[in-house]
Design a protein. Structure first.
Length: 139
């Protein structure tokens, strides 16, 4: 019976991945990490329910305005309801017929009507009068 008892003890020692001292060290490290997380949670208002859930936070909006006479098509696609095709048409039209003298001149681009212009207007920088625009374009 002593041989069987020794064999069982030897096999259990072989199955242990960490020695007893290593197990104590790992357990102490885990307790320190858990204590650190608890301190973080407490200091950031978790005990008062003040942690912010990302799903509950109010969405932030970015305000931007685009200069129609200098923007490339990727910038123009940021406008509401204007995709890549329409943005490329705007750039092509500007290159072919010159800069836009007003936002309302967008209607010269095929596929853009009054509703599209009205939706895009808040995101467009005001266009300077032609006499203030520097460049080769002359009406």
């Amino acid at each position: 019976m002593t041989d069987q008892h020794n064999t069982t003890r030897d096999s259990s020692r072989r199955l242990a991945i960490l020695r007893r001292n290593d197990q104590v060290t790992v357990a102490a490290g885990l307790l320190i990490a858990l204590a650190g997380m608890l301190i973080y949670w407490w200091s950031h208002g978790g005990h008062r329910g003040r942690l912010i859930e990302l799903d509950d936070d109010t969405p932030q909006t970015a305000l931007f305005q685009i200069d129609l006479n200098s923007a490339d098509w990727p910038e123009i696609t940021q406008l509401p309801r204007i995709g890549e095709t329409l943005a490329r048409r705007i750039v092509d039209n500007r290159q072919e017929y010159g800069p836009f003298r007003s936002v309302d001149e967008l209607n010269r681009v095929p596929g853009i009507g009054p509703k599209t212009i009205a939706r895009a207007r808040p995101y467009l920088l005001p266009i300077e009068p032609p006499d203030l625009v520097v460049g080769p374009y002359t009406p």
